[in-house]
Design a protein around this ligand. Structure first.
Ligand code: SF4
Ligand code: SF4
Length: 370
């Protein structure tokens, strides 16, 4: 497919997207209470067919996308995954598999490697089986993940471990880093839960205390120093404890697009929660049209939409006003300053949540079809 030129009219600053998140399905054998999938999970009957996904991959490559992340739910639920990896590879796309590791093993991984897969990200819930399985909501999940990690290494693929940390596993962070090393991972991403969707529902169970966070950060910093050149450690702190927001997705519609199982295209995981935006679908429009011309992708691009105090702030092209979905979830208006910012007039909602974190944790609400 020939490459797609950006439009000659319209905002001049729109570069092609860097990466595509292909959410092949919302089905997953696990039930993590911090899952970034929406509360209203899409059902198998609404999923794009393999042929549609192959077209999406072709269009992505023509648009200038460099990386495709096959994700879900659990992407290995989809039987045509190896074919999709091969399609991505045939267009020069770097493909990464983001998986729970709860399905499949050596045979599947070898087939993916053969098809052109370049990297695997395996999620782990804890370093210790009982708590890991409790968080995942599936007995035996930890054991399966250990075997899966070994299969990835046996196939010669680079492995990154994704460890989502929160109040109920944070105290084992040193052991998680040890586990990553023993599994032969090259990189570990230790990411504190971000409070959207299921995680927001479970905030009273997941938000750590300040003391927990400080101790975890101290351990990570020491491990980074100790393991330089051996294990790369990425560390994402919870923005509730910051004074400025994260640069969510590096800015709305600047680098990423996310195709949901049914074909709806969004700039980030939670964007569909924003009312009044008609998110387009790959069933009706090309990725190029969606990226360059759709109202949905242009709505919060750049700085023109910003309210006070972002409008005149010298960080406005650094954090882009924070996260639109967090602004919506916590203030009721996606066009407000992210309340995580201490300059936001609504910052009090964050302080109230942190006060709650000092109380006993609430029970988990597991991620399920409703
Ligand atoms: S976060 Fe957990 S439940 Fe959600 S897709 Fe990943 S493994 Fe499945
Ligand atoms: S006021 Fe807006 S642009 Fe400035 S730091 Fe806060 S969120 Fe970022």
């Amino acid at each position: 497919m020939p490459s797609v030129d950006p439009p000659t009219a319209g905002p001049p600053t729109i570069d092609p997207p860097l990466a595509l998140l292909a959410e092949l399905t919302h089905r997953c054998p696990l039930a993590c209470p911090y899952c970034s999938n929406p509360i209203e999970l899409e059902r198998a009957s609404s999923e794009l067919h393999g042929e549609d996904w192959r077209r999406v991959l072709r269009e992505a490559a023509a648009l200038g996308v460099l990386q495709v992340h096959f994700s879900g739910g659990e992407p290995m639920v989809r039987r045509e995954l190896a074919t999709l990896i091969a399609e991505a590879a045939s267009h020069g796309l770097y493909s990464n598999l983001i998986t729970s590791g709860a399905l499949g093993g050596e045979r599947e991984i070898a087939a993916f490697a053969e098809a052109g897969l370049r990297h695997v990200q395996l999620s782990l819930q804890d370093h210790e089986a009982a708590n890991a399985d409790r968080i995942a909501g599936l007995a035996g999940a930890f054991e399966r993940k250990m075997k899966f990690a070994a299969a990835v290494r046996a196939a010669g693929l680079p492995l990154t471990l994704n460890m989502v940390v929160h109040r109920q596993n944070l105290d084992g962070i040193a052991e998680m880093i040890d586990l990553a090393q023993s599994l032969g991972a090259r990189r570990v991403e230790i990411a504190h839960v971000q409070y959207y969707a299921w995680a927001l529902e479970n905030r009273a169970a997941l938000l750590p205390t300040r003391a927990q966070l400080d101790e975890a950060t101290r351990i990570v910093e020491a491990a980074r120093e100790r393991l330089k050149g051996v294990l790369a450690i990425d560390y994402v702190v919870p923005d509730y404890y910051g004074v400025r927001p994260k640069s969510c997705m590096n800015g709305w519609g600047r680098q990423f697009l996310n195709v949901m199982p049914s074909g709806t295209v969004v700039p980030c995981h939670a964007a569909q929660t924003i009312p009044g935006i008609d998110f387009p679908s790959v069933r009706e429009a090309s990725l190029a049209d969606i990226w360059y011309r759709s109202d949905a992708f242009n709505r919060f691009r750049g700085t023109g939409w910003m309210p006070d105090p972002c409008r005149d702030c010298d960080r406005r092209e650094i954090d882009w006003g924070g996260c639109r979905c967090q602004a919506l979830a916590l203030t009721g208006d996606a066009a407000r300053t992210d309340p995580v910012c201490a300059l936001s007039p609504e910052h009090g909602v964050i302080e109230a949540a942190l006060t709650e974190a000092a109380a006993a944790p609430a029970p988990f609400i597991y991620r399920r079809y409703r």
